[in-house]
Design a protein around this ligand. Structure first.
Ligand code: ZN
Length: 387
């Protein structure tokens, strides 16, 4: 991290959990009891290792787990919205229960990625966690489902990392927090707005990003590429859409794309806070929060993910949320706008439901120019033909 970084990491220090001597640690790990982490836990491991979840240095213990669920703060008093826990099944707990250190692997028999210096175990209160984080206990909610699929116990401790989970895609877009910070410094950006997405970007979100960019130095489009729902657009298709948009419509000295390796939780309001804190660690000073940020189905109110920021004291989060309305092209305004800036109603506004857009794309039909850039539409049409 350089001194010219625009914003300090959460808690003041960018965490780096990589072992000084990874070979020696791998040697030790070979003889430790192994735990196979699931896809979400591996994403958390990557986030922890690189400092994206600073100030956390490992999987959280029972006291922090409950402090986060009860009051959205760590025991230290620092704001935090979602527990970062490593689940263990009854059987796993029985196997590794007494070990002072355990090795984490991506799959059975694979080389260990990290060693966890165990500080404790606890029983996971799934009902409490579901209700606090997801505001529902319904198993139809994908985050709640993943929670109930995970082990009933948790093991806490500090991580020492041998290697990140292996990726074979988008390697030039996988910047760690220290690297995005460095990239911002090189560009002399003093203020940077982060944009979270798990979808292709259409005109509405392009407009919101550019409105935000009008008041800051730089834009980080930071698509989440960890685990998502099966019906979300696949990462490679999304990346082709982002690249097409960037090559045609974004200023190269003011905008960059990098990957956010987190797994999607669909926790709506609490995930908006969690996303904002992580983006602060990546060096963003501002963060875009749209309607129903990180939502799924109808579990959250339209503005809940914006309102939750009011539950924190000014300055507590450090990063500045920028709240946006739903935006659209208005035929009478002859431009993009939102209910805040366009006085017209009904058919003047080019608004299409997600279902309508998917139907059009599936039929090989481009949505209106005012809704979607043709370059993006064509990539999505081609991708639907491959399915
Ligand atoms: Zn209008």
């Amino acid at each position: 991290m350089t001194d010219s970084s625009p914003i300090a990491p959460h808690g003041g220090t960018l965490v780096d959990l990589f072992a000084a001597d990874p070979e020696a640690l791998a040697g030790e790990a070979a003889n430790l009891p192994k735990v196979v982490a699931n896809e979400r836990e591996l994403a958390d491991l990557e986030m922890l290792a690189t400092g994206a979840l600073s100030p956390l240095t490992g999987f959280q213990g029972e006291a922090d787990y409950h402090a986060v669920l009860d009051a959205m703060h760590l025991q230290s008093g620092l704001a935090w919205a979602i527990p970062v826990a490593l689940g263990l099944s009854e059987d796993q707990l029985h196997r590794v229960g007494g070990a002072a250190s355990i090795a984490l692997c991506a799959e059975p028999g694979a080389d260990p990625l990290a060693v966890l210096r165990v500080t404790g175990h606890f029983k996971r209160d799934k009902r409490k966690e579901a209700t606090a984080v997801y505001r529902t206990d319904a198993l139809e909610h994908p985050g709640v489902k993943a929670l109930y699929d995970a082990g009933d116990h948790c093991v806490a401790g500090t991580l020492e990392v041998i290697a990140l989970p292996k990726h074979d895609d988008f390697l030039n877009y996988r910047l760690k927090p220290a690297e995005t910070r460095e990239a911002f410094s090189q560009r002399a950006w003093k203020t940077v707005v982060g944009f979270q997405t798990r979808n292709p970007i259409h005109r509405a979100h392009e407009y919101i990003q550019k409105c935000a960019l009008e008041i800051v130095d730089g834009l980080l489009v930071h698509p989440l590429m960890g685990a998502t729902k099966a019906d979300d657009v696949p990462p490679d298709v999304r990346m082709r859409c982002y690249e097409a948009l960037f090559s045609g419509y974004y200023p190269h000295d003011r905008a960059m794309i990098s990957i956010f390796p987190a797994a999607m939780r669909y926790a709506g309001p609490r995930e908006a806070i969690w996303h904002a804190i992580a983006r602060k660690n990546y060096g963003c000073t501002h963060f875009i929060v749209g309607r129903d940020h990180a939502g799924v189905g109808s579990y959250y109110g339209t503005y809940d993910a914006q309102k939750i920021f009011e539950e924190f004291e000014p300055g507590e989060l450090g990063i500045t949320p920028l709240m946006f309305e739903h935006s659209f092209y208005c035929v009478r305004c002859e431009g993009m706008g939102s209910p805040k800036t366009c006085p017209h109603e009904g058919d003047d506004r080019v608004i299409l439901s997600g279902t309508k857009v998917r139907d059009m794309l599936r039929n090989g039909e481009r949505p209106p120019l005012e809704f979607s850039r043709p370059e993006v539409a064509d990539i999505l049409i081609a991708a639907m033909r491959e399915v």
